[in-house]
Design a protein around this ligand. Structure first.
Ligand code: 5GP
Length: 177
């Protein structure tokens, strides 16, 4: 595999990701057996993970999208979050599974969970591809976690820097300029 010149190190290659995503899909299918699920895909970073995870889930599923932007420095959030695109349909009574790319400080998800709670879903669970446990300032419970990663800025498989690198098929640590 050719490594992008801006990537210092590949953390998770395509096969490793695919294997774990299949496991998560199987677990989610088991846990939601007999129910119908509303997947809430958090744009933009989780679109690649969501596309793979959703195809590994075999319960009845609706897919909704929400766009969030968290302000801060270029590689870290301040916790100030804006909804750039809201869900188009009511979520009351739905079993909602949030699909996120990465939980870093947890501030973005904390905001989202509080916001969703006001819409009275039947349940809210969280699937996140990545978690940086060293950084967690909030005690977030991730129901379905792909991988823990070190406290480095990662790109690829949906995750960007300045809008770029989302199309890399692996997750890698970005070189510091
Ligand atoms: P939070 O700190 O609120 O948990 O994370 C906020 C958002 O910052 C994440 O949803 C993600 O979009 C972005 N983020 C956090 N860490 C990284 C990282 O290492 N790489 C990339 N590309 N985005 C990150």
């Amino acid at each position: 595999m050719t490594v992008h010149p801006d990537v210092k190190e590949i953390l998770l290659d395509e096969k490793t990701i695919a294997r774990r995503v299949a496991e998560l899909g199987a677990q989610i299918s088991k846990d939601y057996a007999g129910k119908s699920l509303t997947a809430l895909v958090v744009l933009k970073g989780s679109f690649v993970f969501a596309a793979d995870l959703l195809r590994a889930i075999d319960v009845q599923t609706k897919v909704e999208f929400i766009g969030l932007r968290s302000y801060g420095s270029r590689t870290s959030t301040s916790g100030v979050v804006e909804i750039t695109m809201d869900v188009k349909y009511p979520l009351n009574g739905h079993d909602v599974l949030i699909i996120e790319d990465i939980v870093d400080t947890g501030l973005t998800l904390d905001y989202l969970k509080n916001n969703l709670a006001t819409r009275k879903p039947a349940s809210i669970k969280l699937a996140s591809l990545l978690h940086k446990p060293e950084r967690g300032v909030k005690d977030m419970s991730i129901d379905y976690l792909g991988f823990t990663v070190p406290n480095e800025f990662v790109i690829g498989y949906g995750l960007d820097f300045d809008g770029r690198y989302r199309n890399l098929p692996y997750v890698g640590i970005m070189k510091t300029p």
